[in-house]
Design a protein around this ligand. Sequence first.
Ligand code: IPM
Ligand code: MG
Length: 363
Amino acid sequence: MRKEKITVLPGDGIGPEVTKVATDVLAAVCSRYNVELETTELPFGGISYDEYGEPVTEAVLDECKKNKFVLLGAVGGQKWDDLPTDKRPEAALLKLRKELGVYANLRPIIVWPALADASTLKKDVISGTDILILRELTGGIYFGDRVVSEDGENPFSADTMKYSRSEIHRIARKAFEAARLRDKQVCSVDKANVLESSRMWRKSVIEISEEYPDVELTHMLVDNCAMQLIRNPKQFDVMVTGNLFGDILSDEAAMLTGSIGMLPSASLGDGNGLYEPVHGSAPDIAGQGVANPLAAVASAALLCRYSLNLEEAARDIEAAIQTVLEEGYRTPDLYNDEPGTTKTGTQEIADRLLEIISEKATV
Ligand code: IPM
Ligand code: MG
């Protein structure tokens, strides 16, 4: 039996609830394909700060780097909001991404047919949407130099948005490669009418596009893109953009799918893989058993696809998600009284997912 090691970082808020479901589903599906999953759970985020005074310890970082594949829940919460920047749970996340070198963040935006009525947008606008957002994850303004000047009469602060050609080249390549397996269209999003870093971005993406003459490249300014995403999302195939714009646009795009509770992500680079739902730790609903586990479960599917090389297992998980949705299971974030649907908790969805996967195993 093949063995795979995965580090699980449940994190804060609803993180532990949703990662529990994801790891159970992952273990069930892996055993169908004769893969024995060994998981190590470690503290990360606010919970780590409370225990060790650091949002991530060196030991945890080392373990993540050693195991290569990480499944993460969510981090953060009001409790830690006033800590110095480097002690905040979010700082741990940025550090982990950087140290793992996972520069390519894939955020697939897929509107599941069963959820076409769950979005606040009109069904005919969103149904059939299938976008792959590629967000650059280890550079740009999230990692540029910062200035905080509290002195003088008018204190100021600054963040630097910096991109080098090689950083843009490698993420652009990922976008073109991904597009080749899809509709062969890449839309690069920037703010080249104002920002130098965006002009560098555009020029560098064009350079790489020359290696992919079979893929069509277009450019869009980020403000227009924010509008186009809700005006006509079906126009997009692969979207590639920098760290900040990708962060914002992917939350917006999440609403096309009905809820941010549906959006998985995979962050790849240097042979490492970090898998996390796009949603946050939602402290307001933590511990109530109502969190939507599907983004975490879908992230586990991406782990099978991109790190474990188990495409069939990934599809089994995605099929199980589709079935629970078709059967009408809805956590409160998705529930809108639609006939044929039932408001359910996290555990009911988890149980049903595991049942579907085990039923399939006996066919
Ligand atoms: C995300 C999150 C993080 C980010 C936060 C929690 C630091 O919003 O993964 O999109 O900005 O990258
Ligand atoms: Mg975000």
